[in-house]
Design a binder for this molecule. Structure first.
Ligand SMILES: [Zn+2]
Ligand SMILES: [Zn+2]
Length: 224
């Protein structure tokens, strides 16, 4: 589904746990795509073909998934990262991840090509796609979020969801760090909040007021 400009959203609609995926179409210098969080190849419990479904959904929007050039992972958990290995091999795509999540990704058999760090990520034939990378630990030590100032889009991974937050009880998690990450993100000017999962809600929250209300709900009722 086209969200804004060249950004497309793929909300997971299966029964098993899997992540939402986001694609910046033709975003790279060679016109290939930037794919964020491709998810599972096959989900662990119900054996749903996550990657096949994603490829099919992209094709429905006229996007050739085999033209993926860069895969950015918000973090290394397999429900976000598993399919990256396959796409990397089949499409000669590069995988980008924060260094602090590399040990987990390596344990899962993954290879990192580019380290994502706090700062600017500038892409495109004329450097027209400028993303701010925020190191947002707490759910995992190397979790990053991506902010696109041009359209006020935040790709939040597993930091926040609709009326809930990411878990902080997994290895490398920290409630304190998650709270700080959420506080920091809540200060951004956001019109599109794109979450890592469709937990009781598609995970795409539109409009500044709805997004601020969601941050307020989390701060009042959950972590703060
Ligand atoms: Zn996760
Ligand atoms: Zn997740």
């Amino acid at each position: 589904m086209k969200l804004v400009d060249n950004l497309y959203a793929y909300v997971w609609q299966g029964n098993d746990n899997n992540c939402n995926s986001y694609v910046f179409v033709h975003a790279l210098k060679d016109k290939r795509h930037l794919l964020i969080d491709p998810g599972h190849i096959i989900t662990p419990f119900y054996q749903e073909h996550g990657l096949e479904i994603l490829v099919r959904e992209m094709a429905r929007d006229g996007i050739d998934a085999s033209a993926t050039g860069l895969i950015a992972l918000t973090h290394a958990h397999p429900d976000h990262s598993e399919a990256a290995k396959v796409i990397r091999e089949q499409c000669q795509a590069l995988v980008a991840l924060h260094k602090a999540d590399e040990p987990l990704y390596q344990m899962l058999g993954g290879k990192v090509d580019i380290y994502l760090e706090e700062g600017e990520l500038v892409l495109g034939p004329e450097n027209q796609l400028k993303l701010s990378i925020f190191h947002s630990p707490g759910h995992s030590p190397g979790h990053i979020t991506l902010y696109w100032p041009e359209h006020k889009v935040l790709i939040a991974g597993d930091v926040i969801f609709y009326q809930s937050t990411g878990r902080f009880d997994l290895p490398g998690g920290s409630a304190r760090a998650l709270k700080q990450s959420i506080q920091r993100l809540s200060e951004l000017d956001i019109e599109y909040l794109l979450c890592g999962h469709p937990y009781g809600h598609p995970g795409i929250i539109k409009g500044k007021t709805a997004i601020q209300n969601n941050f307020d709900f989390i701060k009042t009722n959950i972590l703060f």
